[in-house]
Design a binder for this molecule. Structure first.
Ligand SMILES: Cc1cc2nc3c(=O)[nH]c(=O)nc-3n(C[C@H](O)[C@H](O)[C@H](O)COP(=O)(O)OP(=O)(O)OC[C@H]3O[C@@H](n4cnc5c(N)ncnc54)[C@H](O)[C@@H]3O)c2cc1C
Length: 113
């Protein structure tokens, strides 16, 4: 870093989560990081990517083999994709409240070593 030069202003961010408005469009589906990213601390990324891959494979198979069921298959896929980030966001919101922090950091907590 001795000879490093600052090439842009230094910035900080407190939240780089994102969630797509839709999980599919014409001839594409979105899953994994392409669809959402919730939180780096709680390690949800690989789980969401793999769950999305299973659900996405089922949806694509239906679209290819039974095109008349495309709409319902993509609707079901969308419900799966929206569910995970919603549940996880709630969990993160709760666990970062002062009450939970105080509980986990309490001196008398035997699990704290
Ligand atoms: C530093 C870091 C630490 C992380 N730690 C954890 C963790 O501990 N636990 C956890 O669950 N998650 C973690 N994550 C998040 C996790 O890695 C991602 O959420 C997850 O890998 C997303 O999977 P994905 O398949 O959507 O995308 P990716 O794993 O990014 O896979 C996308 C692939 O597409 C390829 N690609 C891109 N463009 C093209 C193209 N045009 N043509 C062909 N291929 C292309 C890329 O090379 C890549 O291999 C971490 C992320 C980072 C950055």
């Amino acid at each position: 870093m001795k000879d490093a030069q600052l090439v842009s202003p230094v910035t900080a961010t407190g939240n780089f989560s994102y969630l797509s408005e839709r999980s599919s469009g014409e001839n594409y589906i979105l899953l994994g990081d392409a669809f959402a990213f919730i939180d780096p601390v709680f390690s949800s990324g690989v789980l969401f990517a793999m769950q999305g891959a299973f659900a996405g494979a089922d949806a694509v198979e239906t679209c290819l083999c039974n095109p008349q069921q495309t709409k319902s298959a993509l609707k079901e896929f969308d419900q799966v994709m929206m569910h995970g980030p919603k549940v996880f966001s709630w969990f993160i919101y709760r666990i970062t409240t002062p009450a939970m922090r105080n509980l986990l950091m309490y001196e008398g907590n035997d699990s704290k070593s």
